[in-house]
Structure formats: C-alpha cells, structure tokens
Design a protein around this ligand. Structure first.
Ligand code: PMP
Ligand code: GLU
Length: 404
C-alpha cells in the first residue's frame, strides 16, 4: 500500500533555504570543493559562558519538562531584554518561549488566522512565512519592496496591498532587519506603517530575529511605534544574535490573550522548548542586558567581523558587470540583482533565472548561493557573508570567473 499524503502536506514543499543548504552538504560529502554562501547562520561558536550554562544545566539535572511557555527564569530574562533593549514592557503572561522563532511564529499564526484570512507579507521575504500562513489556512497578499527604494516597506505599498485584499486583510508580517535583503526599518517608516495597521485594524507579527546584527544605525522595535503595542507580537530569539541556531530557542512578547492561545497550542505540539537550551538562553540574555564585559566583547567581535565581511563582499560584487546590490544595513545576507546576466553564459551554460544561475554557480564554480526565487524575487540571488573572510574572498573570485 502506498501512503497518500494529505492535501495540506501536498501544498507545502521543503523550505527552500534549508533545501539549498542540504544540497550543498550532499555535494561536499561527495567530495566536491564547495564554498558556501548559502548558510542562514553565523559561522562562530556559541560564546563560552552560554555553552557552559548548557553543560551546567545537564549536570544540575535541569532535564525535565518545564512550564509550556518557558521557565520563569527565562521568561524573566526575556521581559528584562524587551524592557531594557526595546522599551517594551510586558507582564509575565505576555511572553512565551518556543523551540526557535519558527515555532513562535507558527503558533502565533495558528492563533490568529481564520480560513481565507489574508496576511500581508513583504515580497521578497523569508519563505517560511508564506508556508506557515498557508498551513494556518490563510492566504498571502504580497507587499512589494523594491531595490530601487532600498527595499523599504512603505505605507503606500501596504495600503495598495490592503486594497488588493478586498476587505480580507487581517494581519501583517514585518521583518527588520530583513531576510533576504538586510534592510532595516527606520522608526519613522514604522510609525507610518503602524498608522496604516491601526486604521485597517491589522494584527502585526514583527520578526526581529536579526536585531543584534545591525551595522549602520539604530534598531527600532516595531511595537515601540505609537499605537503598535496592543496589536503586535514581537518575535525574537537567540539563534542569530548568539550563534545558537542548533539550540532552538525563540521567544515572543504580545497581547496576553494571544500569548495564552499560543501557549495552549504549543502544549499540544512541541510542548516546552528544551530545558537545557532554555537555561543557556537565559544566560545569553542576562549577561547581555547586564553588560557583562566578556559577553560585550564577544558580541563586538562578531559585529566587527561581519562589517568587514559585508564591506568586502559588497565591493567585490559591485565590481562585477551586470550585478547590482543594495548594501545591507543588517542581518548577514547580500541580495544581489543578477537579472542583467539572464540570457547570457555563466560557467559553461546559458542561464535564464535565479535558480539556473544558482545551479551554474554550484555545479560549475563550486559556490553555493540561494536563488532569489526561493524568496519570491527571481531577479536576485542571496549570498551569506557569515563565512570567514578567506572563504568569502575565494567565493568572490570564483563568481567573478564564472561571470567573466
Ligand atoms: N525569521 C527569519 C527571518 C529567519 O531568517 C529565521 C532563520 N531561521 C527565523 C525566523 C527562524 O529562526 P529560529 O532559528 O529561531 O527558528
Ligand atoms: N533563516 C535561515 C535562512 O534563511 C535559516 C534557514 C531557515 O530557517 O529557513 O537561510
């Protein structure tokens, strides 16, 4: 007997970002020399005091179930983080910890989306938003963001998308710093977006997972905009800030009824996030808000390395004919428009799309990138600069040669 998959499952493919990485790993395992610019994670190790807290949690027997919404200690650290770093004051019943920001966003969408509700999502965007909206029974209407305006999400574009949703728009997903473009929203743009969200009575999920990785200016939390707090779930996590993608800890803060519902849903799905990882994450957040000198130095080291890598990669790409980019202000990706190369040769073949160009770079040049099509923009490719400067230099030389 063959297994027949549900209609729901048939609608959802594997995450394009994760698939790109897994394909690269398979080629490497087969002995191919590949430089990866595909990674959605820092190449640094988790800082020593955090890793130590994880080991200590096992030794101290912190290996049992915790409250579904997270340990009181971690929830306390999350509240302190939101208050000190973002100016957001949440009560204990307004914060929740889940198995990565992914789980937090998914439970939020399950709690918010009714069948055929429209959720407005920037385009391009991290692909899991659309898949999760679809799993929750909703429909996505894209809010276009364009390279020509620095990938800013404007109130005008949002209003057009609301109109296109024909009265069905219920929610909005924001992501700043933005994956894949690295765009960071200004407080002024957020205030304008908050006004539109209020007048259309939209809920907002603000994904701020790349908060700590901003390079050029201040970071503003969306919920701090006038009128935004009551309608917003702020999502964050330790994956990107502390090089902890494997630990699987994300968290959110928002209206108590929403958080309670997310907790109820989570009690039937993943349950609590790992008790060991929660202990480590609590250490990460506490040391950071307390200004621990070793932690501050480690984070400054991450940031300095990322700025050097970003600047090197942007300069190298800008010098390649037919490639254009907007310098990212945050996260660790360059989203470069390569569409002027379509119809021409890359490596040994003619390419006509971001996927074909990514295939040519992988197979002919040994460089892994993520095609823009994965994010809903076929003109571009995403390249991560979360690799050593030597690897990035090698990758840039290979790309230059393939596009020569
Ligand atoms: N949001 C964005 C924009 C991301 O790029 C990622 C990366 N995986 C996530 C959320 C999920 O992060 P986590 O590891 O906390 O699930
Ligand atoms: N968010 C990262 C990326 O965009 C990691 C993979 C994922 O979770 O989608 O590559």
């Amino acid at each position: 007997m063959s297994v027949r998959l549900s209609r729901l499952a048939q609608r959802i493919g594997h995450s394009g970002t994760m698939a790109a990485d897994e394909r690269m790993q398979r080629l490497r395992a087969a002995g191919r020399d590949i430089v990866s610019l595909g990674a959605g994670q820092l190449d640094f190790d988790t800082p020593a005091p955090i890793a130590h807290a994880g080991r200590a949690a096992i030794d101290e027997g912190l290996t049992r179930y915790t409250p579904v919404a997270g340990t009181p200690a971690l929830r306390g650290a999350v509240r302190l983080k939101f208050e000190r770093e973002n100016g957001l004051v949440y009560g204990d019943d307004q914060v929740i910890v889940g198995a990565g920001a992914k789980a937090v966003i998914f439970h939020a969408l399950l709690a918010l989306v009714d069948p055929d509700d429209v959720v407005l999502v920037p385009s391009p965007a991290w692909p899991s938003y659309a898949s999760m909206v679809s799993l929750a029974g909703g429909r996505v209407v894209p809010v276009p963001i364009e390279a020509a305006s620095g990938y800013r999400l404007t109130a005008a574009a949002l209003e057009r998308a609301i109109a296109a949703a024909n009265g069905r728009a219920r929610g909005l997903i924001l992501n700043s710093p933005h994956n894949p473009t690295g765009a960071v929203m200004s407080a002024a743009d957020q205030a304008a977006i908050a006004r539109v969200a209020s007048s259309a009575d939209l809920w907002v999920v603000s994904d701020e997972i790349y908060e700590h990785l901003t390079y050029d200016g201040p970071f503003a939390s969306f919920a701090a905009a006038p009128g935004a707090l009551e309608r917003t779930l702020t999502v964050n996590g330790v994956s990107k800030a502390f090089a902890m993608t494997g630990w699987r800890i994300g968290y959110g803060g928002g209206p108590a009824p929403l958080v309670r519902s997310m907790e109820a849903l989570q009690s039937h799905t993943s349950g609590n996030a790992s008790s060991i990882a929660q202990h480590a994450a609590e250490t990460a957040l506490r040391l950071t808000v307390e200004g621990d000198p070793a932690m501050t130095a480690e984070r400054a080291r991450f940031r300095a390395a990322l700025i050097e890598r970003r600047d090197m990669m942007c300069a190298a790409l800008a010098a390649i004919p037919g490639v254009s980019l907007v310098k990212p202000g945050g996260a660790f990706y360059v989203f470069a428009d390569v569409s002027r190369r379509f119809g021409g040769p890359v490596g040994g073949r003619t390419v006509t799309s971001s996927s074909e160009l990514a295939d040519a770079l992988l197979e002919d040049a040994g460089v892994a990138v993520v095609p823009g099509a994965v994010f809903g923009d076929d003109r571009a490719i995403r390249m991560s600069f979360a690799s050593s400067i030597e690897e990035l230099a090698a990758a840039m030389a290979r790309i230059r040669a393939a596009l020569a």
